[in-house]
Design a binder for this molecule. Structure first.
Ligand code: AFP
Length: 340
């Protein structure tokens, strides 16, 4: 493996040697990484940098915005709007799409992001992250519209996240496996630490917010009950549980050592398909997980095949080690069949 090379060199090699990514996409990914580096420095300053606490505003989903949510959002927009790689952006923190102003050159890509995932962890010095997904703008019409973003996850041309934890690590796929790069603060660059990341097919670790148990659907309850029964139950083995309350951190653990992550539909807000957002949370994470040999469904269907109809669409999420995700999905399909 080409360990210790910088993200810049890795991307240049992906472009030049392997012909995997076009030059414009390489430059776009470099800019996203640079923005993540800036966000990482802001996160690191914490109380010393006037970045903690709430901003006194709400985002489009009615969630209270933290100062860092807004800082991260602005950092990503400012870094990306002038480079000529993008046509438009969409973010968890903005109601509509952000079209690149016409004083800048227009590019051919669309960038979607959750600028700061896991906001409730900010003030307690726990891991948080940025999630991003890149699509190509459909050709054949001038300008950019919401409908240009309505592409299933299978159409992503790059996806990743940056976790701000004990280390800042950027995890990326362009459809050729998953690579991880840790920020070397002395050099100021992301350095390759892992290539061809693989998620084990089996696991003894599950991640779900157990406080919602009474609101779950029967197939989810069945699966978790069986895990909790441990060696004495039908699974015949003991399970461990983890919940960081930041999808980035939970998915990062799964990419590092396997596991299953679930944020399923539940009865608290039955009209919503789930809590997590399809376009800039579930799709990029699902592609990373699939690229690492794992699986991602909404309990019934592959997430990457879902045709979005709204920018801030929500989705039920089950992802991680293949055999466990298959099991949870089969429990849903069995229940559906019985209900017919
Ligand atoms: P925020 O970034 O809006 O705080 O939400 C993070 C998140 O969407 C996801 O990263 C976590 O898995 C999930 O929320 C945790 O939610 P609960 O607090 O409901 O467990």
């Amino acid at each position: 493996m080409k360990k210790n090379i910088s993200l810049t060199r890795y991307l240049v090699e992906q472009q030049r040697v392997d012909g995997l990514i076009p030059g414009q996409l390489r430059l776009l990914l470099e800019v996203v990484a640079r923005a993540c580096k800036r966000i990482s420095f802001a996160v690191n300053k914490g109380e010393l940098g006037d970045v903690m606490g709430t901003a006194g505003s709400e985002n489009v989903q009615g969630e209270v915005q933290k100062k860092l949510d807004i800082i991260a959002n602005e950092t990503l927009i400012e870094a990306n709007e002038w480079g000529g790689h993008l046509a438009a952006m969409a973010s968890e923190e903005m109601e509509g799409i952000y079209v690149v102003p016409n004083r800048y050159p227009q590019g051919e890509y669309l960038l979607m992001f959750d600028p700061l995932d896991g906001s409730s962890n900010i003030d307690i010095n726990m891991s948080i992250g940025t999630i991003f997904s890149v699509l190509k703008k459909p050709e054949g019409h001038p300008g950019v519209h919401d409908s240009d973003f309505m592409q299933p996850g299978t159409q992503q041309v790059a996806a990743g996240y940056c976790i701000y934890g004990p280390q800042t690590t950027l995890v990326l796929t362009v459809g050729d496996g998953v690579s991880m790069f840790t920020l070397d603060r002395e050099q100021g660059s992301f350095v390759l630490i892992e290539e061809n990341v693989k998620i084990p097919e089996d696991t003894k670790e599950f991640a779900i917010n157990m406080s919602n148990m009474r609101h779950w659907d029967a197939p989810v309850k069945r699966y978790v009950d069986e895990c909790l029964a441990g060696a004495d139950g039908p699974r015949g083995k003991n399970f461990n549980m983890r919940w960081v309350a930041a999808m980035v951190a939970d998915v990062h653990r799964i990419l590092c050592r396997g596991g299953i992550f679930m944020y399923p539909w539940d009865k608290r807000e039955p009209q919503k398909a789930g809590k997590l957002r399809l376009m800039y949370e579930a799709n990029p994470m699902s592609w990373l997980v699939e690229q690492a040999g794992g699986m991602a469904t909404n309990g019934r269907q592959r997430i990457l095949d879902i045709q979005p109809t709204q920018l801030h669409e929500r989705v039920s999420v089950v992802l991680g080690s293949k055999n466990e995700v298959e099991r949870v999905t089969s429990y849903h399909l069995e229940a559906d069949e019985k209900a017919l």
